[in-house]
Design a binder for this molecule. Structure first.
Ligand SMILES: [Zn+2]
Length: 49
């Protein structure tokens, strides 16, 4: 089963990316992505509903 999640910049809190992930293990997705608002790479975390 796959779940659509929003990735939120850990620094400014903007929701920059959407992706799908496996709902397995219940661990939170965290990726380094470029944030256009911070203008650099920052950790992005899965936003929980
Ligand atoms: Zn940011």
């Amino acid at each position: 089963m796959r779940q659509y999640v929003t990735l939120q910049c850990a620094e400014c809190g903007k929701e920059n990316y959407r992706t799908s992930t496996e709902t397995r293990g219940g661990k939170r997705l965290e990726l380094k992505k470029h944030c256009r608002w911070c203008r650099r790479h920052t950790p992005h975390r899965q936003k929980r509903k």
